[in-house]
Design a protein around this ligand. Structure first.
Ligand code: CTP
Length: 398
């Protein structure tokens, strides 16, 4: 994943420095070459012997020792990326000011490679306007900031300020600087958003789907090299990304026609739309007047797009469906996997906080044909999209 990449890891004085040990291990395991620089106070939090053993290189702290001078310019030029994790409030302030009283800061100031920081601090420090100002300054220098997480803090308080987990830092690096494009040359289609089933010229039966999940999947497929067609129901989202072909549809029937046509040439199809299951049998030409005391509408089943693609699926085509469930989640997801001949079903349960319609986050489990079941944490929909596309790549294109 990070094979041959040169990563300069700066560690500052923060309790979260213990996580840097695991980060070094993961980076080396992913094939990266790692050099560690610590600020003098970081040594109180993480043993340099452990770090040098794991990174296979001496840990650097001082500008000079009795024998030599650490060439900070050469280090900054050697690296493909400099990661400062954890970044303490103190080092953040010094970086924002351009101060240079230790080796880490000297390397930072002379680094020509991209710089990524993972701050770690107590909640009140994190929310202080001075910290916000300093972070904005770093952003204005082009540095990238990996957001802090919420959780138990060194002070014993609970809140914002935890350093991102080592896995998240790796994901950030692979997703931003060392992104591979294994889907180059592949065609992908994604359905997203709700459908509206017209009752008359002014009324419809619809649902609350925002289309955000499917749009994030389309973007991630595109980022990984695929040629993407997004078949988007009447969502409020405006997708004008260069490179993504958007086909706007309104009804389930229109989505069925568009998806069926695009699937003929597709390698990957992800059906994330919340398609109406039923549509009015009669669509009135004129606005329906409220003349009746009771009024019923006859509904007929719509065509199941995912199922119809599953029936036509040829060898080599990858078909991914979604299941939004409120009960018997696993059984229902597995039933959809088999019945619709999909390769994967992405389950979101409405029983999980932060999952489903309207949220910016989602919590999913992927069920694969063959029995694999992969659980993920609650994450922003962009990260969920990455997990889904990573799984498609791992299983079908690695
Ligand atoms: N789906 C579809 N066409 C439909 C209905 C659903 O392509 N007419 C797709 C969805 O995009 C999703 C999957 O089928 O990928 C599952 O949708 P869901 O609404 O959870 O399941 P249904 O098959 O409609 O079954 P039920 O409503 O009984 O749970």
């Amino acid at each position: 994943m990070l094979q041959g990449k040169k990563i300069l890891l700066g560690i500052t004085g923060s309790i979260a420095a213990y996580k840097a040990i695991y980060l070094v291990r993961l980076l080396v395991k992913s094939g990266a070459e790692v050099r560690v620089i610590m600020t003098p106070s970081a040594k109180d939090f993480a043993p340099s012997l452990t770090l040098s053993t794991l990174s296979h290189h001496p840990v650097l702290t001082d500008m000079f020792d009795e024998q030599s001078w650490s060439n900070h310019v050469a280090l900054g030029r050697w690296a493909d990326v400099m990661v400062i994790a954890p970044l303490s409030c103190n080092t953040l302030a010094k970086m924002a000011q351009g101060q240079c009283d230790n080796l880490l800061l000297a390397v930072y100031l002379s680094a020509t490679c991209p710089v990524v920081v993972a701050p770690a601090m107590d909640e009140d420090m994190w929310h202080h306007p001075a910290t916000k100002d300093n972070l904005r300054k770093l952003e204005s220098f082009g540095n990238r900031i990996i957001p802090v997480g919420k959780g138990e803090l060194a002070s014993g308080l609970y809140g914002d300020g935890r350093m991102a987990e080592p896995e998240e830092i790796i994901q950030f690096l692979t997703g931003n600087f060392f992104l591979t494009r294994p889907l180059t040359g592949k065609k992908a289609i994604v359905t997203a958003g709700p459908t509206y089933e017209a009752l008359d010229p002014v009324r419809f039966i619809g649902n609350h789907s925002s289309g955000k999940m499917g749009i994030a999947i389309a973007r991630e497929l595109y980022r990984r090299g695929a040629d993407v067609t997004l078949i988007l129901g009447p969502s409020k989202a405006d997708v004008t990304d260069n490179g993504i072909r958007v086909v706007r549809v309104v009804s389930a029937e229109e989505m069925y026609q568009a998806a069926g046509k695009a699937f003929e040439k597709a390698d990957i199809a992800v059906m994330s739309a919340a398609v109406a299951d039923y549509t009015p049998v009669v669509k009135a030409d004129q606005k329906i007047k409220k003349t009746e005391e009771h009024f019923s509408i006859e509904l007929a089943k719509t065509k199941d797009i995912l199922k119809s693609l599953g029936e036509k699926k040829k060898a080599g085509q990858v078909l991914v469906g979604f299941a939004l469930e409120t009960n018997n989640e696993k059984a229902n997801a597995l039933d959809k996997l088999n019945r619709k001949n999909a390769d994967m079903i992405v389950l979101n349960s409405l029983n999980d906080a932060g999952a489903g319609f309207g949220h910016d986050t989602n919590k999913i489990t992927i069920f694969r044909k063959g029995g694999e079941e992969i659980h993920f944490d609650t994450k922003p929909k962009e990260d969920v999209a990455r997990d889904i596309v990573d799984t498609i790549i791992r299983v079908h294109y690695a």
